[in-house]
Write a protein that binds this ligand. Structure first.
Ligand SMILES: [Zn+2]
Ligand SMILES: [Zn+2]
Length: 433
């Protein structure tokens, strides 16, 4: 009976569309995150951490009640007290909510915030798309000046460079503002009337409900028609035109290459002026690594004071993939030292050495005693763990006051006094000392 019952237990598996990130792959994720933090903090961005759970209303209001994200993709559920909660599908709304909730606007000036963490969307699972995915983002709140846009784009160019993604393309556009965009939408609607019949069913619907969304269409047969539609840049009012010219001139000044992409529009009312995307050669042109833009109307929509904002969301899953393809960034994997010890008298000194090295920040592994006869095998463990050094401590070594240190790359072996070991290894690891 017991045997029968045991057989029936099926292992529990991860939820469809989610995945485990395991070592050593997590090493590369950490490197990407470290590099992002370093670059963001150099530009005086500071980290904000908001909850993964939010009231559903936040996303209905910000992302838009009629968007695919809100109608089809959110993980929304009723809490035990009947409140409707949602696992965040993106983080800008949460950042702006927190900005309002904590009255950060009271300090005046500019707030520069960054975040990293998981987001949730119930999309159709496909290669490289996950229902729990990760984003790294940065937001600037409190200034509508185009220098903010240029600075953030400059920061992203540096990040991409630091990650070894030389082959990236920056696409920019302006979507105007609440004053000039309606005029353009009218013109676009008229133009769509004439060509609607040639477009896909989704586009025909969008042509009526939200014409800007037509530009999101991925249907191959529609592309030629869409390319012939009027461009928003030709309909900007003087203020929006000036804003956009400041941004592009700033990019040229800093030798940051860009391409104007008239299709880069966003269908939500609170988006204003600059929009952008960055694609990576490593992933193909279809795959944007990051995207963002101005959202001068968002804070008001969420019940806060008028607060201009500009930000970026980076798809970390794709970023890590691109970094891996480019191969420029290596994850710090492997051990600094493996300690092989033999004989009871060596246990104390060996564990003390392990502690000393670990306190100095070196990555050290020490396991159960090694049989003197199996020393070779023990060094096999060290190379399996990618240890850079093996330290051999037997009772003889303890008596002599000198340990055997083997460089696992060159195979060279030296005797080193215990008191000198920390400095000896640190110099060779290039970490000072
Ligand atoms: Zn305008
Ligand atoms: Zn279409």
């Amino acid at each position: 009976m017991a045997e029968e019952a045991r057989k029936k237990i099926e292992p529990v598996r991860s939820v469809k569309g989610t995945r485990d990130l395991l070592p050593p792959a997590t090493g590369l994720w950490q490197r990407v995150e470290e590099e992002s933090r370093r670059v963001f903090e150099a530009y005086n961005f500071r980290e904000i951490r908001t909850p993964v759970l939010e009231e559903t209303a936040l996303f209905r209001r910000s992302v838009g009640a009629d968007t695919d994200i809100v109608t089809k993709e959110m993980y929304t559920f009723e809490d035990r007290d009947h409140e409707s909660l949602t696992l965040r599908p993106e983080a800008t709304a949460s950042v702006v909510r927190a900005y309002i909730e904590h009255g950060l606007f009271n300090d005046g000036g500019i707030h520069k915030l960054y975040y990293m963490g998981p987001m949730f969307r119930r999309e159709r699972p496909q290669k490289g798309r996950f229902r729990q995915f990760y984003q790294i983002g940065a937001e600037v709140l409190g200034s509508d000046h185009p220098s903010v846009d240029v600075e953030l784009l400059e920061m992203l160019a540096l990040l991409v460079e630091r990650l070894g993604l030389g082959n990236s393309t920056l696409l920019v556009n302006s979507v105007g503002c609440a004053r000039c965009r309606p005029e353009y939408v009218k013109v676009l609607k008229r133009a769509l009337e004439g060509v609607k019949s040639k477009l896909c069913a989704d586009c025909q619907r969008r042509a009526v409900t939200n014409p800007l969304r037509v530009f999101d269409c991925k249907v191959e047969a529609d592309q030629a028609t869409i390319a012939g539609l009027p461009r928003i840049l030709d309909y900007l009012d003087p203020e929006c035109r000036q804003h956009f010219e400041f941004v592009t001139a700033g990019l040229r000044d800093r030798s940051i290459a860009y391409t104007i992409e008239p299709r880069l529009v966003r269908g939500l009312d609170y988006y204003t002026r600059t929009t952008f995307e960055m694609t990576s050669g490593a992933l193909g042109a279809q795959n944007a690594l990051m995207g963002g833009g101005r959202y001068d109307g968002l804070a008001e929509m969420l019940g806060g004071p008028p607060t201009p904002g500009f930000g970026v969301a980076i798809g970390e899953d794709r970023l890590v993939l691109a970094v891996e393809e480019a191969g420029a960034l290596r994850a710090a994997v492997g051990l600094d030292a493996y300690i092989a010890w033999m004989g009871d008298g060596a246990y104390g000194p060996a564990t003390k050495l392990a502690r000393d090295l670990r306190r100095e920040g070196l990555s050290v592994e020490i396991r159960r005693p090694t049989d003197a006869a199996k020393l070779k095998k023990s060094l096999g463990v060290a190379s399996k763990l990618s240890a850079r050094y093996s330290i051999i401590i037997g009772e003889d070594e303890v008596a002599k006051g000198r340990y055997q240190v083997k460089d696992m790359t060159s195979g060279q072996q030296e005797e080193v006094e215990p008191a000198r070991l920390v400095a000896y290894l640190k110099v060779r690891m290039g970490t000072g000392g």
